[in-house]
Design a protein around this ligand. Structure first.
Ligand SMILES: C[S@@+](CC[C@H](N)C(=O)[O-])C[C@H]1O[C@@H](n2cnc3c(N)ncnc32)[C@H](O)[C@@H]1O
Length: 309
């Protein structure tokens, strides 16, 4: 098959230009997020076209293959509002450029020593690809995320760049939704999802998609804050705090509004991961966060089927 060239970055004035790329091997994997069939590039190089009539823009060299687009149902509204709030908060946090906490970084390093990210990796909701801090230098990696402007302003963040200097090196990046992955089936060894499952519109669909794009024997790594930690027991203090947080927006205080879609307990999370076809092979708890952040590795088990109800 002819090897398509990487998309041409056109807008030189954009602050994010040059921070993303699509290597030929990564371009080879891209398909329509709905039909999973190949896409062709428009003559002007500014869009991708499906065989059935759908088009997707290419913006600043980024393939924008998002499908989630509507705010009609309650769930859709919740996700869109949550994503908007997340993007605004992320922009505000980045403009402050606080030093990265070395203790948290060490804690994550210990996690990835125990649960290494192996082989070709798709980082779903991978943001700027900070996971690269824990990968081998030549490891194949794609970050995919619906936050298309996620790289804007990165070069003005000296603290961030001190910890993650590779953020100025181009990373394979595709703009898309976890629920509609625009990648061929069976082509990754690891699908990584850190601090994202609680953001998804539909975590179950996202896990089914992870299953599809993983090779046989491939692994799903999920890192997430779970309610009640290992035991799932939620203390009185936490309950009171959550109640207060839920009540504040009703009296006009929006600052603490919770935009996450789902707050699973450890049992709920592991049950969903298992039901979607993964054999849980490792679990580690990150130091800090009151013991609430777990990392789960699930290995793809062939033959997953809908359970009889
Ligand atoms: C808290 S950040 C985590 C970023 C990164 N994984 C990390 O650990 O640094 C949550 C990310 O989930 C992304 N996200 C939200 N909804 C998503 C969806 N439906 N599919 C994929 N990513 C999504 C957001 O854009 C954001 O980058």
């Amino acid at each position: 098959m002819e090897s398509p060239t990487a998309p041409v970055v056109k807008d030189r004035s954009s602050v994010a230009v040059g921070l993303t790329k699509l290597d030929p091997w990564a371009r080879e994997l891209i398909v329509d997020p709905l039909s999973k069939e190949p896409l062709t590039e428009g003559a002007a190089g500014d869009c991708l076209m499906s065989a059935y009539g759908r088009q997707y823009p290419i913006v600043d060299g980024i393939f924008d293959l998002r499908v989630l687009n509507n705010e009609t149902t309650r769930d859709q509204r919740l996700w869109k509002e949550g994503q908007r709030a997340y993007e605004n908060a992320a922009r505000a946090a980045q403009s402050l450029d606080p030093p990265v906490d070395p203790v948290e970084l060490d804690a994550m390093r210990r996690i990835y020593n125990d649960i290494p990210v192996e082989g070709d990796c798709l980082d779903v909701g991978g943001h700027q690809g900070r996971l690269r801090a824990f990968l081998a230098p030549d490891q194949r990696y794609i970050s995919c995320d619906p936050f298309r402007e996620v790289f804007h302003g990165v070069e003005h963040c000296p603290h961030l760049l001190k910890t993650y200097p590779f953020l100025l090196e181009p990373v394979n990046f595709v703009c898309c939704d976890a629920e509609f992955l625009p990648f061929r089936s069976c082509c990754f060894q690891t699908v990584h999802m850190r601090s994202v499952v609680d953001h998804f519109l539909n975590p179950e669909l996202a896990f089914h998609e992870a299953y599809r794009v993983l090779r046989s024997g491939g692994s799903l790594i999920v890192g997430l804050f779970v309610e009640g930690g290992r035991t799932g027991q939620i203390g009185a203090m936490r309950r009171a705090k959550e109640l207060a947080k839920a009540a504040l927006p009703l009296v006009g205080v929006k600052r603490f509004e919770d935009h996450h879609i789902w707050h699973p307990t450890y049992d709920q999370l592991t049950r969903l991961v298992s039901d979607c076809g993964f054999e849980i092979s490792s679990v580690r708890w990150q130091e800090g966060y009151a013991g609430g952040v777990c990392y789960i590795k699930g290995t793809k088990r062939l033959g997953v089927a809908k359970q009889r109800s």
